[in-house]
Design a protein around this ligand. Sequence first.
Ligand code: HEM
Length: 246
Amino acid sequence: MKKRRSSKRLPPGSLGLPFIGQSLGLLRAMRANTAEKWLEQRIKRYGPISKLSLFGKPTVFVYGQAANKLVFASDSSMISNKQVKSIRMILGDRNILELSGQDHKRIRDALMMFLKPESLKVYVGKIDEEVRKHLQMHWQGKQEITIFWVASMTHNDDTIFPEPWKFDPSRFEKQASIPPYCFVAFGGGARICPGYEFARIETLVTIHYLVTRYTWKLCSDNFFRRDPMPVPSKGLPIKIVPRKFM
Ligand code: HEM
C-alpha cells in the first residue's frame, strides 16, 4: 500500500518485539487451530484496521467486506500483488500471481479459453472416468482410508452468514443474497480463481461417487491445525464400507 507521511494517521496496534512482532503468536494460534479466536481478539481490541509486525515486516491488518473490496478490486497502482521471495523463486518472476494490468489479463484470457464453462462441458466425462479409476485403484477392497481435507476459508461473520459455525454448505448457494466480497473462498475481482468452475465440477463428481458408492465412519476426532493450510491432526482416518449394489 502507498505509504502515508504522517505517523499520526497510522492505525492502532503495537509492532511488538523487533523482527518477531506478532509472528509467533499467530503461528502458534494457527497450529492450535485457534487462529479465528486470535483474529477476533485482535478485532475486538483494535477494530477492523490495525498495525502489527509479521514475518519481519510492518503490516496493516484489515478486516471486513470493505477491506475485501479494497484488496480484490484495487489495481496495481494502489496495491501490488507480490509474492514472498521463496514463492517467486519456485514459480518464477513472470508467474500469473506476479503479473498485473494487460500482462495479467492476457494470461487469464488464455487460461479461460479452456477453463470456461463451455469448455468444461467437454471434460465432464473425462473427470468422471478419472474419479472412478482413482476409487477403483485406491479405495477398492480397503476398509480404512486417510482423506485430505481441502482448505476452506472461514466465513464466520454472523452478520453476513447467520450461525457461521453450523455445518450448512447450502448457505453459499444463495449467491444472489450474499453481499459482494463476502464469499471469497475463490478470491474476487480481477484475480478471482479461474479454476472455480473446474474445481466445482471435479468436487461434485468426486462427492457423487463417494456418497453413492460408500458409507463411512470417522475413526478419530476431526481436529485440524493450520500449517499454514488446514491439515487434519490425525490424518482424518475413516472406515469405509462399499454400498451393496457395487
Ligand atoms: C477448491 C479448489 C480451489 C480453490 C479453493 C481456489 C482458490 C483460489 C484463490 C483464493 C485464489 C486467489 C485469488 C486472489 O489472488 O485474489 C486462486 C487463484 C488462482 N487459481 Fe484457484 N482455487 C481452486 C482451484 C483451482 C484450479 C482447479 C485451478 C486450475 C485449473 C486454479 C487456478 C488458479 C490460478 C491460475 C489462480 C491465479 C489467478 C490470478 O492471479 O489471476 N485454482 N484460487
